[in-house]
Design a protein around this ligand. Structure first.
Ligand code: AVJ
Length: 324
């Protein structure tokens, strides 16, 4: 059974987008929020990234889920409510739902800002008979609140925050977000957190600046989106994609670098932006962690860690936390 909250308002309106763009391009250095990378085309490009040999997060996580999912849910009592924050194509939660066939009733809540991602996920999960699925087109925070308000009083909730999506938050925001997840849960509920680990710089760079140029297209699509939605006049060929490993901050950064001095007007954001040659827009941070750091983050937010699984080839981790 599939249901979508059809009357849900758009997760972000053009005016919010315009306001954020105007504010963040006035910062030094210029910035744009990474959540805006995921429009229809952006979500498809991200799916393509996940299939690239150099971007190993998705496959490493899939291997861990396929191998250990029984163990992951073993201590959680029926009935189970699964909530996935940022469901992407829905393949991960499908793997988990498969291994939950013995549980009589499972409801699944999918939360994503992208309608494309929700459609894909609902199609993936629609094939499974033993679960009911509800999609929420919403921000993580709103979606989590909606899912929590709809759970039965007897249900155990397992929140999935996978794919190293946590890596897009800077440390204070990651803390706030984990605390917010904890607040939506009751003692005994669980959080399964996927987080990418620190690895050699060359491996990190090639994952975010791939030889096929898919990540470059993913990044530049943000400028295309500004052109289409805010009527901007970015010349896409006048910007280069750049990925850097910032070891001091433990993050990979994506930038869009202006090849030359240029002015860009963004009518719907009510501004004109001036670029010096080599000046960049910072579009994303992907933080990388040590296994211990992840455990500590969860503890600081009111969880205890029950178990951690590490994929040692790609250096990727899944950690199961229990709300205290
Ligand atoms: C979906 C945020 C986990 O940071 O690795 C992939 C997005 N950016 N390639 C990540 C992304 C460039 C991805 N997350």
């Amino acid at each position: 059974m599939i249901e979508t909250t059809a009357a849900a308002p758009p997760a972000e309106s053009v005016t919010d987008f315009a306001r954020d763009v105007r504010r963040d391009l006035a910062l030094t250095p210029k910035q744009l929020q990474s959540k805006y990378l995921y429009n229809g085309l952006g979500s498809c490009l991200f799916e393509a990234i996940c299939r690239l040999p150099w971007y190993r997060i998705t496959r490493a996580e899939g291997r861990l889920l396929a191998r250990w999912s029984d163990q992951m849910v073993a201590g959680l009592s029926d009935p189970l409510t699964l909530v996935e924050l940022g469901c992407g194509s829905g393949e991960k939660i499908a793997v988990l739902a498969e291994s939950l066939r013995s549980h009589r009733r499972i409801s699944v809540h999918l939360i994503d800002i992208s309608p494309t991602a929700l459609e894909l996920s609902e199609r993936t999960l629609g094939r499974l008979e033993h679960i009911s699925v509800m999609g929420h087109r919403a921000t993580y925070e709103d979606g989590l609140r909606r899912a929590a308000s709809e759970r039965g009083s007897a249900a155990t909730m397992l929140v999935l925050f996978l794919g190293s999506n946590i890596g897009n938050f800077d440390p204070p925001a990651a803390h706030d977000f984990l605390t917010e997840i904890r607040r939506a849960l009751r003692p005994g509920d669980a959080l399964l957190l996927g987080a990418d680990l620190i690895k050699p710089a060359a491996d990190l760079i090639v994952a975010y600046d791939d030889p096929l140029g898919v990540t470059a297209a993913f990044n530049k699509n943000l400028l295309l989106r500004l052109n289409r939605e805010l009527l901007a006049d970015f010349d896409l060929s006048a910007f280069d994609h750049r990925a850097v490993w910032n070891a001091a901050e433990s993050r990979v950064e994506m930038h869009l670098v202006s090849r030359r001095a240029q002015n860009v007007s963004i009518p719907r954001a009510g501004c004109t932006v001036e670029f010096a040659p080599g000046e960049a827009i910072w579009t994303e941070s992907s933080y990388k962690y040590t296994p211990e750091e992840i455990v500590a983050r969860g503890q600081q937010a009111g969880f205890r860690s029950r178990q951690q699984w590490i994929e040692s080839d790609a250096r990727f981790s899944l950690t199961l936390f229990i709300a205290e």
